[in-house]
Design a protein around this ligand. Structure first.
Ligand code: ATP
Ligand code: MG
Length: 783
């Protein structure tokens, strides 16, 4: 195709084009924000397919969020003018779940396994800690789960840990016990926690080269976006997937390997690997992400071609200059500067509120203004560092009737009534899961107390059967009273009917057959036809919504909530109806995919981000969630010491640098308009804290910011917090909104005066006390 007429290459600059057409075994694209990395990745995939160098099913594209995956799939569809069936465009977690569901039996799991969210993991850990009396040693579900997660991201399991720990340290011995028991309990429950999904897939590949060979053969091109945020486990997964297949494994593959798949040594050569990333946007070190992965890529893949992109196509020069200025303060990086040919654009707008409510009011008013000026609500995003900041914002948005949604934050699936209903579906898919089973038994309340539950659980364990079967055989448990027996057996009957529906098979209490459990894969994955064939004789699984309806109708969960006439319970009933709607939508989108695919989707979406996209609403999200996204107008709120940089990062090695990268990510999301806001006081822990402007704000050249109300104006004039508080309560406390020229140095002064009293990072004042130092100390203690 001649240049000038090729839709896959025309809209690209020469370097981007080079990255699309490069055909070596390894390609590294390093570039700053907004330079077209994701675009190049997408065009590269489309190019491979259009040039018939790969089938869609030979491509594995890894994105950081489900939202990004959906966007990439859509974009590919429009570039290619056709569907991309069989292509895996997904997050690391989703890709691993698909693999694990297929191969679960290989390592003692059943494909209906549950994916434990952090609440489930903690519930399990809480029990273990109690059983081992480990709480007296300071172990909590939160700190043990954090430690276990970190180890798992390093691919260290309990037995690895046992060999490296210091055996003379009783705390380490105890931790090893907790870790070991946690692993055993997960296995017994036929469950994986979130970190397992990746680690277990790596283990599976290492322990079963024949299984690894299936995927090494299948994926000829592996492409990873946001590579800077991969952790060791994810890195290892990529390494496993890109290895070549040895001749002895080649012989095991079905369908038989053809001559042209082999290299001169009788091996299937390793997949080509493309990674794109920006070390300035690495913001997941706390989850084990390792910038070294990108730095060392060239060493690990010695034949890698490297493409550097420099021109930014997203933002105005003013926005880019602010981003450059901030990130330039990180000493641990290669200097690179973002630039655009599009012109300076408008200045960054700054605003300091007297309180977070005043700040939120400003945000709401500016959003209204933008909207009146013709900008769609969907083009506007509001970022914050911590979820707790949303309340003030949401209040004002609701009051101003601005449509909004919270991305990644609202936990529809965390609501009690939703978890109750999901517990039934989980028990149907995985009748070994004690956490789901126990939740199901108690919701709605049916008079089966902890004693009866313990009897059932003991029977289940002693007989080595599923919880479902234990309930069916309740009559064999003498300790259960007759009324409870009837209740339990009735429930088991309902479950049998639901199971039969959900799995489409004839059996009532068997485990989900492996092939059937493939769910979405079997339905959408044309290239793996063999997996579906074994299952052809079985009846199709019923729509998920029907199964859910059966559960809700027979338990009367919705009716019982409605009957209580409490508006809260009405809202809960509506949530359950919403869940049915979610299931219906899923059934429509993935016909025949079935319950397991639904459960997978729910656990991954609930854990990561929001799938549905409503373009008519303002998007609220944390700075972490914002990665990879772009909006014409962006508000970064709460730009204060203690928030960004977050208090927790201040004492951590490299913590400030990571926070600075986070700020950089936030700034570089904006295309045309950037607003940076803060408050001079903020309510924390019920106290009013005096907030200091973030050091990152000071790093932005004054000339780039147009202050509607500068920090100096709010806190600088010898004022105290009491003035600020009063002003904050005054209606429409816009202050001296016209003084856009207010200078930064005034604010500096005010910082010095506060600094003398309260230290450099953040100070807290109790309204009446005035003794800032003691308040600060108190605050630190609580932290
Ligand atoms: P991030 O680091 O934030 O993930 P990125 O490097 O992945 O950014 P993209 O999201 O791919 O950047 O691109 C940023 C914006 O610039 C997008 O709107 C994209 O469509 C546009 N863009 C990229 N390259 C070009 C180009 N050559 N011509 C016009 N627009 C482009
Ligand atoms: Mg990107």
């Amino acid at each position: 195709s001649a240049p000038g007429t090729d839709p896959l290459l025309d809209g690209l600059n020469p370097e981007q084009r080079r990255a699309v057409i490069a055909r070596g075994p390894a390609l590294l694209i390093v570039a700053g924000a907004g330079s077209g990395k994701t675009r190049v990745l997408t065009h590269r995939i489309a190019h491979l397919i259009r040039e018939k160098e790969a089938w869609p099913s030979q491509i594995l594209a890894i994105t950081f969020t489900n939202k990004a995956a959906a966007e990439m799939r859509e974009r590919l569809g429009s570039l290619l003018g056709a569907g991309v069936e069989g292509m895996w465009v997904s997050t690391f977690h989703s890709a691993c779940v698909r693999i694990l569901r297929r191969e679960a039996e290989r390592f003692g799991y059943v494909s209906g396994f549950t994916i434990y969210d952090s609440a489930d993991s903690r519930a399990l850990l809480k029990r273990i800690i109690k059983e081992l009396d480990a709480d007296t040693y300071g172990f909590t579900p939160a700190n043990t789960s954090a430690k276990i997660s970190k180890l798992k991201n390093e691919l260290t399991d309990a037995s690895d840990y046992a060999t490296t720990m210091n055996p003379s340290d009783p705390r380490e011995r105890l931790f090893t016990e907790i870790f070991t028991s946690y692993e055993q309990e997960l296995k017994r429950a036929n469950a994986f926690d979130f970190d397992d999904l990746i680690g277990q897939t790596v283990r599976l590949f290492r322990a079963h080269p024949d299984v690894a060979a299936i995927y090494q053969r299948r994926f000829r091109h592996i492409l990873v976006d946001e590579y800077q945020d991969t952790n060791h486990a994810q890195y290892s997964l990529i390494r496993e997937l890109t290895k070549h297949v040895e001749p002895e494994q080649v012989a095991t593959l079905v369908p038989p390997v053809r001559e042209r798949e082999l290299d001169g040594l009788g091996r299937i050569p390793g997949a080509s690997l493309t990674v794109v990333g920006d070390s300035d946007q690495s913001i997941y070190a706390f989850r084990g992400a390792d910038i070294r992965n990108i730095v060392e890529f060239e060493r690990d893949f010695s034949n890698a071609e490297v493409v550097k992109l420099e021109q930014n196509y997203r933002s105005t020069q003013n926005i880019l200059s602010a981003a450059n200025a901030v990130i330039g303060n990180n000493f641990d990086r290669q200097d690179k500067k973002l630039w655009t040919s599009e012109g300076d654009g408008e200045k960054i707008v700054g605003f300091t509120g007297y309180s977070q409510h005043d700040e939120a009011r400003f945000v709401a008013e500016e959003i209204e203004d933008l909207h009146r000026g013709g900008m769609a609500y969907g083009d506007i995003a509001v970022f914050y560092r911590t979820n707790s900041q949303t309340r003030a914002l949401e209040e004002l948005l609701i009051r101003s009737a601005i449509p909004y949604r919270v991305l990644g934050g609202t936990k529809f699936y965390d609501r009690a009534e939703i978890k109750d209903a999901m517990a039934y579906l989980t028990t149907i898919a995985n009748p070994f899961d004690p956490i789901a089973w126990s939740r199901m038994l108690g919701a709605p309340k049916r008079g089966v107390g902890p004693m009866a539950e313990a009897h059932l659980a003991n029977f289940q364990e002693a007989e080595g059967v599923t919880f479902h079967e234990a309930m069916q055989r309740a009559a064999e448990i003498p300790a259960l009273g007759p009324k409870i027996r009837t209740t339990v057996i009735d429930l088991a009957d309902m479950l049998s009917r639901a199971t039969q529906m959900a799995l489409g098979g004839g059996a009532t209490d068997v485990l989900p057959p492996a092939a059937n459990a493939e769910g979405a894969d079997a339905a959408s994955d044309a290239s793996d036809g063999a997996a579906g064939d074994a299952d052809a004789s079985r009846k199709k699984p019923a729509p998920v919504a029907d199964v859910l309806k059966l559960v809700l109708d027979s338990t009367e969960m919705i009716e019982k909530l409605r009957a209580r006439r409490d508006p809260q319970d009405d809202a809960r009933a509506e949530n359950l109806e919403e869940l049915v709607a979610v299931a219906r939508e899923f059934d429509a989108q993935q016909p025949g995919a079935g319950l397991l695919a639904f459960l997978t989707e729910v656990s991954l979406v609930a854990a990561a981000d929001d799938l549905d996209d409503q373009s008519g609403t303002v998007s609220l999200m944390t700075l972490h969630t914002a990665k990879g996204l772009e909006y014409p107008a962006v508000f970064i709120t709460g730009v204060e010491e203690g928030l960004i940089p977050h208090q927790m990062s201040v004492d951590e090695l490299g913590g400030i640098n990571e926070e600075r990268r986070l700020m950089y990510v936030g700034i570089t999301r904006a295309r045309e308009r950037l607003f940076i806001t803060l408050a001079s006081t903020r309510a924390t822990f019920g106290d009013i804290a005096v907030a200091m402007p973030s050091r990152f704000l000071q790093e932005i050249p004054e000339s780039l910011i147009e202050w509607r109300q500068s920090p100096g104006e709010v806190t600088g004039r010898g004022g105290t917090q009491s003035r600020a508080l009063n002003a904050g309560r005054a209606p429409g406390a816009g202050g001296s909104g016209s003084s856009s020229g207010a200078s930064w140095s005034r604010n500096r002064d005010s910082q010095v005066s506060f600094g003398a009293a309260g230290g450099s990072s953040a100070a807290v004042a109790e309204p009446a006390s005035g003794n800032m130092q003691s308040a600060l100390d108190k605050w630190r203690e609580r932290k």
